[in-house]
Write a protein that binds this ligand. Structure first.
Ligand code: FMN
Length: 697
């Protein structure tokens, strides 16, 4: 039963000529699959429709071949041949009464055109701005180019209609879309009627929307996504200016889609941004125009959502990441199942799918982008196969997810945890600076497990081989996690670092267990994800004099992919951490470390009292191997399968662990594993793949 406090979230609302069934608005988000995996993307959006979203958008769609953002894989609408694939997507979105939206992107100064080899067009001639600083410049559009671009928008709009979409979002936020490039004085330095005053800078948006309205406005809604604050200094499109722009063009789009200036800010991770972080930027804008407003802010709490609507800040609750973590979020609120919401943890691993041109993952929702590939549904799972019970050893993210999903399948599950509390690495990492929201990985699963009578939890159970053989479980899932190495083995050193016992070395595990160094401390980061930066911050908080040394050119290098690298660097500077880049450690000495330049043979010395070694991890797989050594006894003990999963198999990010746990649960007794006794792969591909027909014309 729905709580009446949330009724307001289920009131229908008009957007132009259309009616949205409720206020849940899935804003555009890419997924790393795009045009390469359109069936996977379509199925993912279809699941959101089933989950109750009132409006569902595609990711950004490159609407003309003169502006594309290769290597990033989004959607493409370059010619009529693209329509059938997009229609399939729109139709999936429209099941269950949702409105289907497509976001049209002309990337201007953000489109290097590496694939089409076309000269990029932008309001002014400036270098292309991409994550990789491509050595390409854009040509300033002349009047003919602007006329052409207006026509291309109309062509695209007509194709969107043929593809059966209901709404078109014009992309002018995050510094990415051409509308922002015209609006911002930083990227629009024109002296004609398209540049200069705000009115002139608005002209392009006004013309395009008028053209598109003529073409499709009778049946389609046109929304405009604008930046709330470009945050690039004086010339940027500021929050004050966006308000002036909206007041000046109050009737322009059918809906204002408001998103913070840079993508890094807008999709800021929980380490740096709270829920509803954009509230101050968005408050009051709704009063400037009669058109509805959607805003974002990693909304996972129905109370916060209802407040946003009730207090008149927003008309629609925009969600990208929360809709990925739980595509059934609206439905769960509607059914009064608030505790079942799988809250986004704000780790931004979903964004890495786009940034690495892979296919996206979600730490909380391992079925994301596997709906079509593997047929995984976020809320449904097949009933159990012909065995009956499973012993899951380890209660980290892999073990807990395996136990949760196995229990749903109907297995009798026992979870044995060596420690006194559950959660494994998540229980420890959630205590680190900025990572408390990550604890939701354990909280969600422990709550779900607690609702099921067929799971027994055993804390303080450090099992040995004989215990496992004696217990008589049919399936053994070993999810015993990993531990950080103290010997420095990672990328720079593939063998233990010389002198590793010359001075005190602390691992991340030491710090997470409360063993802190003191004095002058060196953090050596050869892991390159979040841990090095987080521990430098922690050590600084604890009063250490911290220097972070890394062989990479960036602090926490891989977090470029989670859009937090800049914020991490800024935070370390603020914390007084000294940063030494492009530098490795050749050897430890009693009074400090001998450094090595990443590019030359040059050596140096840095004095310190202790090293925090953020290198790599070792899988805790000894129980698995001990069991394997006694495989001959399995049958007599009633054991049918033994599997090693998650960090205990090969350490990785938390999302890899929840995926492994989920996969184990899905595939148990399914015959997918050729040899259930140890995880031998079968010969066939374990998922579907989009095959482009070579001869298709
Ligand atoms: N915004 C766009 O306008 N177009 C995109 O294609 C797009 N891709 C995104 C991909 C991912 C994986 C994520 C997480 C966000 C993306 N965004 C994109 C930004 C979101 O629309 C949204 O503004 C932002 O994530 C804040 O909303 P949230 O806190 O609900 O995630």
């Amino acid at each position: 039963m729905r709580d009446p406090r949330y009724d307001i979230l289920f009131e229908p609302m008009a957007i132009g000529p259309l009616m949205a069934k409720n206020r849940f608005y899935q804003v555009p988000h890419c997924n790393g699959g795009g045009y390469r995996d359109p069936s996977a993307a379509a199925a993912m959006r279809g699941i959101k429709a089933e989950g109750g979203w009132g409006v569902i958008f595609t990711e950004q769609t490159e609407m003309h071949h003169t502006s594309e953002i290769t290597p990033f894989i989004e959607l493409r609408l370059w010619e009529d041949k693209d329509i059938p694939m997009l229609r399939k997507m729109a139709q999936a979105m429209k099941t269950h009464g949702a409105l289907a939206g497509i976001q049209l992107a002309y990337s201007g100064i953000n489109g290097p055109n590496m694939y089409t080899k076309e000269v990029p067009l932008a309001p002014s001639a400036l270098p292309i701005r991409t994550f990789t600083n491509d050595p390409v410049q854009a040509r300033a559009m002349d009047k003919t180019d602007i006329r052409n671009l207006r026509r291309w928008f109309v062509n695209a709009a007509k194709r969107c209609k043929l593809a059966e979409f209901d709404l078109i979002c014009l992309y002018g936020a995050h510094g990415f879309g051409i509308f922002q490039h015209f609006l911002s004085r930083a990227t629009n330095q024109r002296s004609d009627e398209y540049g200069g005053s705000l009115e002139n800078r608005s002209r392009f948006a006004r013309e395009v929307i008028a053209d598109m309205r003529d073409a499709v406005g009778d049946s389609m809604a046109i929304t405009l996504r604008v930046s709330l604050d470009e945050t690039i200094g004086e010339l940027g499109f500021s929050n004050a200016e966006v308000r002036d722009f909206i007041a000046m063009n109050a009737e322009l789009p059918d809906l204002w889609d408001l998103a913070q200036g840079t993508w890094e800010d807008c999709s800021g991770p929980s380490r740096f941004k709270e829920e509803a972080a954009q509230e101050a930027l968005v408050r009051g804008i709704r009063d400037l125009s009669p058109k509805p407003v959607v805003g974002v802010g990693r909304f996972t709490s129905p109370d916060v959502m209802a407040k946003m609507i009730r207090q008149g800040t927003l008309d629609f609750i925009g969600c990208a990441r929360p809709s990925i973590a739980d595509p059934f979020l609206p439905k769960k609120i509607e059914e009064g199942r608030i505790d079942d919401i799988r809250e986004c943890i704000g780790c931004n691993i979903c964004i890495t799918g786009d940034m690495t041109q892979a296919i996206s993952r979600c730490t909380q929702n391992p079925t994301f982008m596997e709906e079509w590939r593997r047929g995984w549904h976020p809320e449904k799972i097949a009933t159990r196969g012909d065995s009956e019970n499973v012993l899951v050893i380890g209660s980290g993210p892999a073990g807990l997810e395996a136990a949760r999903a196995l229990a749903l399948r109907g297995y009798d599950v026992a979870v044995a945890e060596a420690r006194d509390s559950f959660g494994g690495r998540v229980a420890r990492e959630r205590m680190l600076p900025g990572l408390s929201a990550w604890g939701r990985v354990a909280d969600y699963r422990l709550y779900q497990i607690g609702q099921r009578p067929n799971v027994q939890m055993y804390p303080g159970s450090d099992l040995g081989v004989q215990d496992v053989l004696d217990f008589g479980f049919q399936n053994i899932c070993i999810a015993t996690g990993s531990r950080w190495r103290a010997d420095g083995v990672a990328r720079q050193h593939v063998l233990p670092m010389p002198g590793a016992d010359a001075l005190p070395v602390f691992t991340p595990d030491d710090l997470m267990e409360g063993r802190m160094p003191a004095g002058k401390v060196m953090v050596f980061d050869d892991d390159h994800y979040y841990m090095g930066g987080v521990l430098a911050e922690l050590a600084a908080q604890k009063g250490c004099d911290v220097t972070l040394v890394t062989p990479s050119a960036y602090v926490s290098d891989w977090t470029i992919n989670t859009l937090e690298q800049g914020a991490i660097h800024r935070r370390l500077i603020a914390a007084g951490v000294k940063i030494v880049l492009n530098t490795g450690i050749a050897r430890l000495h009693a009074d400090g470390v001998e450094t090595s330049c990443s590019y030359t043979d040059q050596r140096g010395r840095l004095a310190c009292d202790a090293v925090i070694m953020v290198a790599s991890r070792v899988a805790n797989d000894s129980l698995f191997h001990a069991l394997k050594a006694r495989q001959a006894e399995w049958a007599d003990a009633g054991i049918r399968s033994v599997q090693l999963i998650g960090d205990a198999s090969a350490p990785g990010p938390i999302a890899w662990a929840t995926f492994a746990g989920h996969r184990y649960a899905r595939e148990l007794d399914s015959g997918v594993w050729a040899d259930e006794h140890g995880g031998d792969w079968g010969d066939s591909l374990p998922f579907r793949r989009e095959i482009t027909e070579l001869a298709a014309d």
